[in-house]
Design a protein around this ligand. Structure first.
Ligand SMILES: *[C@@H]1O[C@H](CO)[C@@H](O)[C@H](O)[C@H]1NC(C)=O
Ligand SMILES: *[C@@H]1O[C@H](CO)[C@@H](O)[C@H](O)[C@H]1NC(C)=O
Ligand SMILES: *[C@@H]1O[C@H](CO)[C@@H](O)[C@H](O)[C@H]1NC(C)=O
Length: 234
């Protein structure tokens, strides 16, 4: 195993533990609210409906939920259909951060908050009104096309892997990881931690006590030398 691949493994482990942390998220009132913000249920034949039957999800209002077998954790949203709901602005979709398919089409939305899809690493099929652009721009999607009144953003691209220069944005001892369309995050590798991953080791015993021990020895030598001189001169 090369140093590079072990670093990648460390980042994957970090990312997985990150996901596990969020996976334990409980179903909140808000999440229930998001599924029932618009009238009706996911319509037959829509992208969310097709995706939901393909992934054996459970339709609840405008959501497709993933049931978690054998756990006490709540279901989470894997598909969200807020189409044709007279929405003029969408402020918070955070409860659907696990979603793969989101449909916001047929709404009079003028613009979207830049951070709306931050952390949506699973998002692979986003359907917007045609007047909006795909979040993160063309670097963030495999395919972007306008179909009638809708714009379809398909296949999220990992912006870390595209151009080598982007990884320069992550400090030394850290690796770039995707964090939703147009977003990335830097995770410290191996034993590094702290601000900008500048610290290494489990607890900096050497750094804290090393210089102290060193200076004690130095002062002792100095004292010994000066005292010896004094002793001689007397
Ligand atoms: C949705 O469409 C399928 C076939 O495509 C049909 O079997 C099902 O009854 C429809 N469901 C509703 C609620 O219309
Ligand atoms: C949008 O919703 C209205 C009713 O709220 C309905 O009449 C219309 O057919 C819907 N449009 C589409 C494309 O589903
Ligand atoms: C992406 O956008 C940039 C600038 O807007 C443009 O130069 C580039 O050609 C576009 N790439 C593709 C594949 O459309």
């Amino acid at each position: 195993m090369t140093a590079g691949s072990s670093q990648q493994n460390a980042a994957v482990v970090l990312l997985i533990s990150h996901l596990c942390f969020y996976g334990g998220y409980q179903l909140t009132e808000l999440q229930v609210g998001l599924c029932h913000r618009c009238n009706g249920t996911v319509q037959n034949g829509t992208a969310v409906s097709q995706f939901c039957s393909a992934s054996a999800g459970l339709i609840d209002g405008r959501c497709c939920l993933q049931r978690k077998e054998n756990t006490r954790d709540a279901d989470y949203i894997i598909g969200l259909d807020l189409s044709n709901c007279s929405l003029s602005h969408v402020e918070d979709l955070q409860d659907a951060f696990n979603a793969t398919t989101i449909d916001l089409s047929l709404n009079p939305i003028v613009n979207l908050n830049n951070a709306l899809f931050e952390g949506f690493i699973q998002l692979a099929n986003l359907i917007l009104p045609a007047n909006l652009v795909c979040p993160g721009g063309n670097a963030s999607w495999d395919k972007m096309e306008v179909k009638g009144e809708t714009r379809v953003c398909e296949g999220q691209e990992d912006i870390c892997n595209q151009t080598g220069h982007l990884s320069l944005n992550c400090p030394e001892n850290s690796l770039c990881a995707p964090y939703g369309p147009g977003f990335f995050q830097c995770s410290c590798v191996d034993d590094f931690y702290g601000y900008k991953c500048l610290r290494e080791g489990e607890f900096p015993i050497i750094q804290v006590f090393g210089p102290l021990a060193g200076s004690t020895v130095l002062v002792s030598i100095l004292l010994w030398v000066t005292q010896r001189r004094k002793a001689r001169s007397i």
